[in-house]
Design a protein around this ligand. Sequence first.
Ligand code: ADP
Ligand code: MG
Length: 401
Amino acid sequence: MVMPAREKFSRGSEAYCCCLLLLFAYDSPPSRRSREEAQYNSEFTQFPQHFQVPTVRILGIESSCDETGVALFDTESRQLSHRLFSQVEMHAAYGGVVPELASRDHIKRILPLLDEVFAESNCSLKNVEAIAVTQGPGLGGALLVGTSVAAALGAALAIPVIGIHHLEGHLLSPLLADPAPAFPFIALLVSGGHTQLMAVERVGDYRLLGETLDDAAGEAFDKTAALLGLGYPGGPALATLAATGKPDAYRLPRPMLHSGDLDFSFSGLKTAVLTLTNKLRLAGDSSFESARADVAAAFEAAIVDVLTAKCLAALAQAGMERLVVAGGVGANKRLREQLTAAAQNRGCKVFYPPINLCTDNGAMIAFAGAMRLTNGVAVSAFSGGAFSVKPRWPLAEISFR
Ligand code: ADP
Ligand code: MG
Protein backbone atom coordinates (compact mmCIF):
# COMPACT_ATOMS: atom_id res chain seq x y z
CA MET A 1 0.00 0.00 0.00
CA VAL A 2 1.62 3.28 -1.06
CA MET A 3 0.59 6.58 0.48
CA PRO A 4 -0.18 9.29 -2.10
CA ALA A 5 2.77 11.64 -2.46
CA ARG A 6 1.98 14.97 -0.83
CA GLU A 7 4.13 16.78 -3.31
CA LYS A 8 5.89 15.95 -6.56
CA PHE A 9 9.08 13.99 -6.15
CA SER A 10 12.13 16.14 -6.05
CA ARG A 11 13.32 13.75 -8.82
CA GLY A 12 15.83 12.44 -6.36
CA SER A 13 18.21 15.38 -6.15
CA GLU A 14 19.95 13.45 -3.38
CA ALA A 15 20.22 10.50 -5.73
CA TYR A 16 21.97 12.68 -8.26
CA CYS A 17 24.48 13.82 -5.62
CA CYS A 18 24.95 10.21 -4.65
CA CYS A 19 25.69 9.35 -8.28
CA LEU A 20 28.29 12.12 -8.53
CA LEU A 21 29.89 11.05 -5.28
CA LEU A 22 30.15 7.51 -6.50
CA LEU A 23 31.65 8.63 -9.78
CA PHE A 24 34.22 10.53 -7.75
CA ALA A 25 34.89 7.64 -5.40
CA TYR A 26 35.29 5.01 -8.09
CA ASP A 27 36.66 7.08 -10.94
CA SER A 28 39.71 4.88 -11.51
CA PRO A 29 38.42 1.77 -13.24
CA PRO A 30 40.45 -1.41 -12.72
CA SER A 31 43.25 -1.82 -15.21
CA ARG A 32 42.09 -5.38 -15.96
CA ARG A 33 39.08 -4.02 -17.72
CA SER A 34 39.70 -0.71 -19.40
CA ARG A 35 36.98 0.94 -21.42
CA GLU A 36 38.55 -0.32 -24.67
CA GLU A 37 38.86 -3.87 -23.43
CA ALA A 38 35.40 -4.04 -21.94
CA GLN A 39 33.68 -7.20 -23.00
CA TYR A 40 30.39 -5.42 -23.22
CA ASN A 41 29.16 -2.20 -24.64
CA SER A 42 29.88 0.18 -21.82
CA GLU A 43 27.76 3.07 -23.05
CA PHE A 44 24.55 1.48 -21.78
CA THR A 45 23.29 1.44 -25.34
CA GLN A 46 21.71 -1.52 -27.12
CA PHE A 47 23.19 -4.94 -26.49
CA PRO A 48 23.40 -7.30 -29.46
CA GLN A 49 20.09 -9.08 -29.90
CA HIS A 50 21.44 -12.48 -28.96
CA PHE A 51 24.19 -11.36 -26.67
CA GLN A 52 25.26 -14.32 -24.62
CA VAL A 53 27.89 -14.94 -21.96
CA PRO A 54 28.48 -18.36 -20.47
CA THR A 55 29.05 -17.10 -16.93
CA VAL A 56 28.87 -13.81 -15.18
CA ARG A 57 29.36 -12.33 -11.71
CA ILE A 58 26.59 -9.83 -11.44
CA LEU A 59 25.66 -7.20 -8.88
CA GLY A 60 21.91 -6.72 -8.26
CA ILE A 61 20.35 -3.57 -6.86
CA GLU A 62 16.71 -3.17 -5.79
CA SER A 63 15.18 0.08 -4.53
CA SER A 64 11.72 0.22 -6.09
CA CYS A 65 9.68 0.60 -2.91
CA ASP A 66 10.50 0.22 0.77
CA GLU A 67 13.29 -2.33 0.72
CA THR A 68 16.90 -1.65 -0.19
CA GLY A 69 18.43 -4.83 -1.57
CA VAL A 70 21.94 -5.52 -2.81
CA ALA A 71 23.26 -8.90 -4.00
CA LEU A 72 26.17 -10.47 -5.81
CA PHE A 73 25.44 -13.60 -7.82
CA ASP A 74 28.00 -15.79 -9.54
CA THR A 75 26.46 -17.92 -12.27
CA GLU A 76 29.39 -20.36 -12.28
CA SER A 77 29.55 -21.21 -8.58
CA ARG A 78 25.92 -20.14 -8.00
CA GLN A 79 27.22 -18.38 -4.93
CA LEU A 80 24.82 -15.70 -3.76
CA SER A 81 25.58 -13.01 -1.22
CA HIS A 82 22.81 -10.59 -0.43
CA ARG A 83 21.80 -7.95 2.04
CA LEU A 84 18.45 -6.33 2.62
CA PHE A 85 17.24 -3.40 4.65
CA SER A 86 13.50 -3.09 5.17
CA GLN A 87 12.01 0.32 5.90
CA VAL A 88 8.84 -1.24 7.25
CA GLU A 89 9.27 0.13 10.77
CA MET A 90 9.76 3.67 9.50
CA HIS A 91 6.60 3.59 7.36
CA ALA A 92 4.50 1.79 9.99
CA ALA A 93 3.88 5.08 11.78
CA TYR A 94 2.10 6.37 8.65
CA GLY A 95 0.17 3.18 7.86
CA GLY A 96 1.79 2.90 4.42
CA VAL A 97 4.86 3.77 2.39
CA VAL A 98 5.70 7.49 2.22
CA PRO A 99 7.59 7.87 -1.09
CA GLU A 100 9.87 10.77 -0.14
CA LEU A 101 10.95 9.07 3.09
CA ALA A 102 11.57 5.86 1.15
CA SER A 103 13.93 7.60 -1.33
CA ARG A 104 15.90 9.30 1.43
CA ASP A 105 16.32 6.07 3.33
CA HIS A 106 17.53 4.16 0.25
CA ILE A 107 20.31 6.74 -0.07
CA LYS A 108 21.39 6.09 3.51
CA ARG A 109 21.36 2.30 3.21
CA ILE A 110 22.62 1.41 -0.23
CA LEU A 111 26.39 1.94 0.08
CA PRO A 112 26.76 0.25 3.49
CA LEU A 113 24.80 -2.71 2.09
CA LEU A 114 27.17 -2.85 -0.89
CA ASP A 115 30.12 -2.97 1.49
CA GLU A 116 28.51 -5.78 3.49
CA VAL A 117 27.85 -7.84 0.37
CA PHE A 118 31.44 -7.50 -0.80
CA ALA A 119 32.74 -8.35 2.67
CA GLU A 120 30.60 -11.48 2.81
CA SER A 121 31.48 -12.68 -0.67
CA ASN A 122 35.19 -11.94 -0.40
CA CYS A 123 34.92 -9.98 -3.61
CA SER A 124 35.46 -6.39 -4.54
CA LEU A 125 34.03 -4.08 -7.16
CA LYS A 126 36.71 -5.11 -9.63
CA ASN A 127 35.30 -8.65 -9.65
CA VAL A 128 31.89 -7.46 -10.85
CA GLU A 129 31.22 -8.08 -14.55
CA ALA A 130 27.72 -6.64 -14.92
CA ILE A 131 25.12 -4.78 -12.89
CA ALA A 132 21.39 -5.43 -12.83
CA VAL A 133 19.17 -2.76 -11.34
CA THR A 134 15.42 -2.45 -10.90
CA GLN A 135 14.40 0.12 -13.50
CA GLY A 136 10.68 -0.12 -12.76
CA PRO A 137 7.85 -0.33 -11.94
CA GLY A 138 7.91 1.37 -8.56
CA LEU A 139 8.24 4.74 -6.86
CA GLY A 140 10.04 7.22 -9.11
CA GLY A 141 12.29 8.75 -6.45
CA ALA A 142 13.12 5.38 -4.89
CA LEU A 143 14.02 3.85 -8.27
CA LEU A 144 16.31 6.80 -9.00
CA VAL A 145 18.53 5.95 -6.03
CA GLY A 146 19.27 2.42 -7.26
CA THR A 147 19.68 3.43 -10.90
CA SER A 148 21.99 6.33 -9.97
CA VAL A 149 24.28 4.05 -8.02
CA ALA A 150 24.18 1.40 -10.74
CA ALA A 151 24.88 3.89 -13.52
CA ALA A 152 27.75 5.48 -11.59
CA LEU A 153 29.36 2.11 -10.86
CA GLY A 154 28.78 0.92 -14.42
CA ALA A 155 30.47 4.00 -15.86
CA ALA A 156 33.37 3.89 -13.42
CA LEU A 157 33.99 0.17 -13.93
CA ALA A 158 33.20 0.15 -17.66
CA ILE A 159 30.76 -2.71 -17.30
CA PRO A 160 27.18 -3.03 -18.57
CA VAL A 161 24.17 -1.95 -16.56
CA ILE A 162 20.96 -3.83 -17.23
CA GLY A 163 17.56 -2.40 -16.35
CA ILE A 164 15.42 -5.16 -14.81
CA HIS A 165 11.64 -5.26 -14.52
CA HIS A 166 10.83 -5.73 -10.83
CA LEU A 167 8.15 -8.34 -11.55
CA GLU A 168 10.51 -10.37 -13.73
CA GLY A 169 12.73 -10.55 -10.64
CA HIS A 170 9.84 -11.97 -8.60
CA LEU A 171 8.81 -14.31 -11.44
CA LEU A 172 12.22 -15.92 -11.77
CA SER A 173 13.09 -15.96 -8.04
CA PRO A 174 11.71 -19.51 -7.47
CA LEU A 175 14.50 -20.69 -9.80
CA LEU A 176 16.84 -19.89 -6.91
CA ALA A 177 15.16 -22.62 -4.87
CA ASP A 178 16.42 -26.18 -4.68
CA PRO A 179 14.87 -28.00 -6.47
CA ALA A 180 14.19 -25.34 -9.07
CA PRO A 181 11.29 -25.72 -11.53
CA ALA A 182 11.95 -26.45 -15.18
CA PHE A 183 10.30 -24.32 -17.87
CA PRO A 184 7.46 -23.93 -18.76
CA PHE A 185 5.44 -23.05 -15.68
CA ILE A 186 2.52 -21.01 -14.44
CA ALA A 187 3.52 -18.19 -12.13
CA LEU A 188 1.26 -16.73 -9.49
CA LEU A 189 2.59 -13.33 -8.53
CA VAL A 190 1.04 -12.22 -5.27
CA SER A 191 2.51 -9.12 -3.67
CA GLY A 192 1.39 -5.87 -2.09
CA GLY A 193 1.03 -4.26 -5.50
CA HIS A 194 0.24 -7.16 -7.84
CA THR A 195 -1.88 -10.25 -8.25
CA GLN A 196 -1.24 -11.86 -11.61
CA LEU A 197 -1.23 -15.28 -13.22
CA MET A 198 1.32 -15.71 -15.94
CA ALA A 199 2.41 -18.44 -18.33
CA VAL A 200 6.21 -18.52 -18.40
CA GLU A 201 7.58 -20.46 -21.38
CA ARG A 202 11.24 -19.45 -20.83
CA VAL A 203 13.28 -16.43 -19.76
CA GLY A 204 11.73 -13.38 -21.43
CA ASP A 205 8.59 -15.17 -22.61
CA TYR A 206 5.73 -14.19 -20.31
CA ARG A 207 2.00 -14.28 -21.12
CA LEU A 208 -0.49 -12.63 -18.80
CA LEU A 209 -3.43 -14.97 -18.13
CA GLY A 210 -5.31 -12.98 -15.53
CA GLU A 211 -4.90 -10.30 -12.88
CA THR A 212 -6.74 -8.43 -10.17
CA LEU A 213 -9.31 -5.91 -11.26
CA ASP A 214 -8.92 -3.88 -8.07
CA ASP A 215 -6.92 -4.55 -4.88
CA ALA A 216 -3.88 -6.82 -4.94
CA ALA A 217 -3.94 -9.81 -2.57
CA GLY A 218 -1.25 -8.30 -0.31
CA GLU A 219 -3.11 -4.99 -0.30
CA ALA A 220 -6.28 -6.81 0.78
CA PHE A 221 -4.32 -8.50 3.60
CA ASP A 222 -2.91 -5.12 4.69
CA LYS A 223 -6.26 -3.30 4.56
CA THR A 224 -8.10 -6.10 6.38
CA ALA A 225 -5.37 -6.17 9.02
CA ALA A 226 -5.92 -2.44 9.53
CA LEU A 227 -9.66 -3.08 10.03
CA LEU A 228 -8.74 -5.61 12.71
CA GLY A 229 -6.48 -3.12 14.45
CA LEU A 230 -3.24 -4.82 13.42
CA GLY A 231 -0.17 -2.81 12.43
CA TYR A 232 1.36 -2.22 9.01
CA PRO A 233 2.21 -4.26 7.00
CA GLY A 234 -0.67 -6.41 8.08
CA GLY A 235 -0.15 -9.61 6.08
CA PRO A 236 2.18 -11.44 8.47
CA ALA A 237 0.30 -10.15 11.58
CA LEU A 238 -3.06 -11.19 10.13
CA ALA A 239 -1.69 -14.64 9.28
CA THR A 240 -0.41 -15.06 12.85
CA LEU A 241 -3.78 -14.04 14.30
CA ALA A 242 -5.65 -16.26 11.81
CA ALA A 243 -3.71 -19.30 13.00
CA THR A 244 -5.53 -19.02 16.34
CA GLY A 245 -9.03 -18.58 14.81
CA LYS A 246 -11.69 -20.76 13.17
CA PRO A 247 -11.86 -20.23 9.40
CA ASP A 248 -15.49 -21.40 9.21
CA ALA A 249 -16.77 -19.17 12.03
CA TYR A 250 -17.91 -16.66 9.39
CA ARG A 251 -18.71 -17.25 5.75
CA LEU A 252 -17.08 -14.52 3.69
CA PRO A 253 -17.50 -14.13 -0.10
CA ARG A 254 -15.08 -15.72 -2.56
CA PRO A 255 -15.15 -13.01 -5.25
CA MET A 256 -14.98 -14.15 -8.89
CA LEU A 257 -14.50 -17.77 -7.88
CA HIS A 258 -16.87 -18.84 -10.65
CA SER A 259 -16.21 -16.03 -13.12
CA GLY A 260 -14.87 -18.48 -15.70
CA ASP A 261 -11.75 -16.40 -16.31
CA LEU A 262 -8.46 -16.02 -14.48
CA ASP A 263 -9.04 -12.53 -13.10
CA PHE A 264 -9.38 -11.63 -9.42
CA SER A 265 -11.17 -9.02 -7.34
CA PHE A 266 -10.55 -8.51 -3.65
CA SER A 267 -12.13 -5.17 -2.79
CA GLY A 268 -15.56 -6.78 -2.16
CA LEU A 269 -14.00 -9.19 0.31
CA LYS A 270 -12.43 -6.29 2.19
CA THR A 271 -15.84 -4.52 2.24
CA ALA A 272 -17.47 -7.68 3.62
CA VAL A 273 -14.91 -7.68 6.45
CA LEU A 274 -15.62 -3.99 7.06
CA THR A 275 -19.36 -4.67 7.37
CA LEU A 276 -18.69 -7.60 9.69
CA THR A 277 -16.26 -5.71 11.94
CA ASN A 278 -18.69 -2.74 12.14
CA LYS A 279 -21.41 -5.12 13.29
CA LEU A 280 -19.10 -6.71 15.87
CA ARG A 281 -17.95 -3.33 17.20
CA LEU A 282 -21.59 -2.27 17.61
CA ALA A 283 -22.13 -5.39 19.69
CA GLY A 284 -19.42 -4.14 22.06
CA ASP A 285 -15.66 -4.09 22.37
CA SER A 286 -15.45 -7.49 23.98
CA SER A 287 -17.29 -9.28 21.16
CA PHE A 288 -15.03 -7.56 18.60
CA GLU A 289 -11.93 -8.59 20.54
CA SER A 290 -13.04 -12.19 20.93
CA ALA A 291 -14.06 -12.47 17.26
CA ARG A 292 -10.94 -10.93 15.72
CA ALA A 293 -9.03 -14.20 15.29
CA ASP A 294 -12.06 -15.88 13.67
CA VAL A 295 -12.54 -12.95 11.26
CA ALA A 296 -8.85 -13.08 10.34
CA ALA A 297 -9.06 -16.84 9.76
CA ALA A 298 -12.26 -16.50 7.68
CA PHE A 299 -10.67 -13.77 5.56
CA GLU A 300 -7.49 -15.77 5.01
CA ALA A 301 -9.52 -18.86 4.08
CA ALA A 302 -11.56 -16.88 1.51
CA ILE A 303 -8.56 -15.32 -0.21
CA VAL A 304 -6.61 -18.60 -0.22
CA ASP A 305 -9.61 -20.47 -1.70
CA VAL A 306 -9.81 -18.01 -4.61
CA LEU A 307 -6.06 -18.02 -5.25
CA THR A 308 -5.98 -21.83 -5.18
CA ALA A 309 -8.96 -22.27 -7.52
CA LYS A 310 -7.58 -19.80 -10.08
CA CYS A 311 -4.12 -21.41 -9.99
CA LEU A 312 -5.61 -24.84 -10.73
CA ALA A 313 -7.69 -23.35 -13.55
CA ALA A 314 -4.59 -21.66 -15.01
CA LEU A 315 -2.62 -24.94 -14.92
CA ALA A 316 -5.48 -26.73 -16.67
CA GLN A 317 -5.99 -23.99 -19.25
CA ALA A 318 -2.30 -23.84 -20.19
CA GLY A 319 -1.84 -27.61 -19.98
CA MET A 320 1.11 -27.17 -17.61
CA GLU A 321 2.05 -29.10 -14.50
CA ARG A 322 4.36 -26.76 -12.64
CA LEU A 323 3.24 -23.77 -10.58
CA VAL A 324 5.57 -21.16 -9.20
CA VAL A 325 4.47 -18.76 -6.46
CA ALA A 326 6.26 -15.45 -6.02
CA GLY A 327 5.75 -12.21 -4.08
CA GLY A 328 5.27 -11.44 -0.39
CA VAL A 329 1.92 -13.23 0.01
CA GLY A 330 3.73 -16.37 -1.14
CA ALA A 331 5.10 -16.51 2.43
CA ASN A 332 1.58 -17.25 3.72
CA LYS A 333 1.51 -20.69 5.36
CA ARG A 334 -2.12 -21.50 4.65
CA LEU A 335 -1.68 -20.58 0.99
CA ARG A 336 1.41 -22.76 0.73
CA GLU A 337 -0.24 -25.78 2.35
CA GLN A 338 -3.53 -25.54 0.44
CA LEU A 339 -1.90 -24.89 -2.93
CA THR A 340 0.61 -27.69 -2.51
CA ALA A 341 -2.10 -30.20 -1.56
CA ALA A 342 -4.54 -29.11 -4.30
CA ALA A 343 -1.84 -29.16 -6.98
CA GLN A 344 -0.62 -32.58 -5.85
CA ASN A 345 -4.16 -33.94 -6.27
CA ARG A 346 -3.97 -32.91 -9.91
CA GLY A 347 -0.49 -34.37 -10.42
CA CYS A 348 1.08 -30.90 -10.40
CA LYS A 349 3.96 -29.50 -8.36
CA VAL A 350 4.32 -26.11 -6.67
CA PHE A 351 7.62 -24.25 -6.26
CA TYR A 352 8.30 -21.35 -3.93
CA PRO A 353 11.27 -19.03 -3.66
CA PRO A 354 13.30 -19.43 -0.48
CA ILE A 355 11.16 -17.73 2.20
CA ASN A 356 13.66 -14.89 2.71
CA LEU A 357 13.45 -14.08 -1.01
CA CYS A 358 9.63 -13.87 -1.13
CA THR A 359 9.44 -10.12 -0.63
CA ASP A 360 11.50 -7.53 -2.50
CA ASN A 361 15.24 -8.19 -2.55
CA GLY A 362 18.39 -7.61 -4.58
CA ALA A 363 19.08 -11.31 -5.16
CA MET A 364 16.13 -11.73 -7.52
CA ILE A 365 17.27 -8.70 -9.54
CA ALA A 366 20.85 -10.01 -9.83
CA PHE A 367 19.44 -13.41 -10.79
CA ALA A 368 17.05 -12.02 -13.43
CA GLY A 369 19.94 -10.06 -14.95
CA ALA A 370 22.12 -13.16 -14.93
CA MET A 371 19.38 -15.25 -16.54
CA ARG A 372 18.98 -12.72 -19.33
CA LEU A 373 22.72 -12.52 -19.98
CA THR A 374 23.44 -16.24 -19.83
CA ASN A 375 20.39 -17.17 -21.91
CA GLY A 376 21.24 -14.68 -24.60
CA VAL A 377 17.97 -12.86 -24.15
CA ALA A 378 18.12 -9.26 -25.29
CA VAL A 379 18.32 -7.05 -22.25
CA SER A 380 16.61 -3.76 -21.88
CA ALA A 381 19.11 -1.08 -22.83
CA PHE A 382 19.79 1.34 -20.07
CA SER A 383 20.07 4.16 -22.56
CA GLY A 384 18.93 7.09 -20.46
CA GLY A 385 21.56 6.63 -17.78
CA ALA A 386 20.50 7.00 -14.18
CA PHE A 387 17.35 8.90 -15.01
CA SER A 388 15.52 6.47 -17.27
CA VAL A 389 13.44 4.90 -14.52
CA LYS A 390 10.04 3.47 -15.44
CA PRO A 391 7.61 3.89 -12.52
CA ARG A 392 4.90 2.37 -14.74
CA TRP A 393 6.16 -0.44 -16.94
CA PRO A 394 3.88 -3.19 -18.31
CA LEU A 395 5.58 -6.60 -18.13
CA ALA A 396 4.41 -7.23 -21.70
CA GLU A 397 7.02 -4.70 -22.88
CA ILE A 398 9.89 -6.98 -21.90
CA SER A 399 8.32 -10.17 -23.20
CA PHE A 400 8.91 -11.75 -26.63
CA ARG A 401 5.19 -11.81 -27.31
P1 ADP B 1 5.17 -5.19 -2.70
O1 ADP B 1 6.59 -4.85 -2.94
O2 ADP B 1 4.35 -5.17 -3.95
O3 ADP B 1 4.54 -4.46 -1.57
P2 ADP B 1 6.18 -7.66 -1.58
O4 ADP B 1 6.48 -8.77 -2.54
O5 ADP B 1 7.33 -6.93 -0.98
O6 ADP B 1 5.12 -6.71 -2.24
O7 ADP B 1 5.29 -8.29 -0.39
C1 ADP B 1 4.70 -7.49 0.59
C2 ADP B 1 3.26 -7.92 0.77
O8 ADP B 1 3.19 -9.29 1.18
C3 ADP B 1 2.52 -7.11 1.84
O9 ADP B 1 1.26 -6.76 1.33
C4 ADP B 1 2.44 -8.08 3.01
O10 ADP B 1 1.33 -7.84 3.84
C5 ADP B 1 2.31 -9.41 2.28
N1 ADP B 1 2.71 -10.54 3.12
C6 ADP B 1 3.93 -10.80 3.63
N2 ADP B 1 3.92 -11.92 4.38
C7 ADP B 1 2.63 -12.39 4.36
C8 ADP B 1 1.96 -13.51 4.94
N3 ADP B 1 2.60 -14.39 5.71
N4 ADP B 1 0.64 -13.65 4.67
C9 ADP B 1 -0.01 -12.78 3.89
N5 ADP B 1 0.56 -11.71 3.31
C10 ADP B 1 1.87 -11.51 3.55
MG1 MG C 1 7.44 -6.68 -4.59
